[in-house]
Design a binder for this molecule. Structure first.
Ligand SMILES: O=C(O)COc1ccc(-c2c[nH]c(CNC(=O)Nc3ncc(Sc4ccccn4)s3)n2)cc1
Length: 309
């Protein structure tokens, strides 16, 4: 039986790699795509030329489809959209905001738009605007999160739209993939799992902290700022929460603390004062693997569970 996401995107396995800022570079995305999944490059806060460089690098490393994740909070979002259209990228995912203002331009350039949504309302809206699919991401996920769990969000989004739904948040093995398919999803997206892939260039300190994390080692900070973020508990989250609870702290001070924190952990390896964004499934991710091992392992486990039903 054909999988609609595999058919739509020309991929072998219905497995997306999350477009994680400062982590999902052309090398990780190409390794995922070469393994049969959908690799996704993070546009994050890159300017147009930096993003073009990553896209061209991926084209050299894989002849399979790959995507670009447009983080809608980026100050460079306009030029990133232009570069995606100019470079003939087939698929973009969008996150951390409302993609409405860019949908028409992307669709007119034959780009398939797959939007991360944290609510039924946004899923219905982006479907109406021409999204090819939606990624229903639960608050178990790392990074910028909504406030609904994957178990609750996925079936409600499946019931509300006719386009395929991809499940994300708290998925890292065949059980999570099989569960997602039982809820009506046609594919899954994983971030934390691919952060620990051998081909991921995130700083070793960050990777080791994720591999050593247990079920209750993440926390959400920044609700008061309007963009809550899940990361591993460390000195930075503790100080951030103390400041957030102190009424004399201004939002600008909190923003200043958060800015550059993810880069500090992912690039410089400062896992004490940096922000080690990662999902609640970190406690299940205890060993590195190649993208090939991760993708084929999870699909084999999921298909055997689903076939046994
Ligand atoms: O309704 C609206 O207007 C839009 O509402 C939305 C609300 C939430 C989302 C959403 C949730 N999750 C995602 C996709 N995931 C992400 O975007 N995860 C991210 N992690 C780190 C990021 S970088 C950063 C830096 C500083 C502060 C916040 N984020 S972005 N999008 C999308 C749309």
């Amino acid at each position: 039986s054909k999988n609609p996401i595999c058919e739509m995107l020309g991929i072998k396995y219905p497995v997306f790699q999350g477009g994680m800022a400062w982590i999902a570079d052309a090398e990780l995305a190409s390794a995922v795509s070469n393994a049969g999944g959908l690799g996704i490059i993070a546009a994050m806060n890159s300017n147009g030329e930096q993003l073009r460089e990553q896209i061209r690098k991926a084209k050299k490393l894989t002849d399979k489809p790959f995507g670009v994740n447009l983080m809608l909070m980026s100050p460079y979002i306009e030029e990133a959209v232009d570069v995606v259209c100019e470079e003939g990228v087939h698929i973009v995912t969008t996150g951390a905001g409302n993609p409405a203002r860019f949908m028409q331009k992307l669709i007119n350039s034959n780009v398939k738009v797959v939007c991360v949504v944290a609510s039924v309302a946004l899923a219905v809206m982006v479907e109406r605007m021409g999204a090819s699919a939606v990624i229903a991401e639960g608050c178990e996920s790392g990074g910028h999160v909504g406030d609904t769990t994957t178990m609750a969000l996925v079936p409600q989004v499946v019931d509300a739209v006719n386009i395929p739904v991809i499940a994300a948040g708290g998925i890292a093995d065949g059980r999570g993939m099989a569960a997602s398919f039982m809820l009506g999803a046609k594919a899954i997206q994983m971030g934390t799992r691919f952060l620990t892939a051998k081909e991921c260039n995130v700083h070793k300190n960050y990777k080791e902290k994720v591999l050593g994390a247990k079920d209750r080692d993440t926390i959400v900070t920044g609700k008061s700022l309007g963009h809550p973020v899940r990361a591993l508990k460390n000195r930075m989250t503790r100080e951030f929460i103390q400041k957030e609870q102190d009424p004399s702290t201004t939002p600008e001070e909190l923003e200043a603390m958060g800015a550059g924190a993810l880069r500090k952990a992912a690039i410089d390896g400062d896992v004490k004062y940096g922000s080690c964004m990662c999902g609640q499934i970190a406690g299940l991710v205890n060993s590195e693997g190649t993208c090939e091992e991760i993708i084929t392992g999870i699909c084999q486990e999921a298909y055997s569970l689903l076939g046994s039903l």
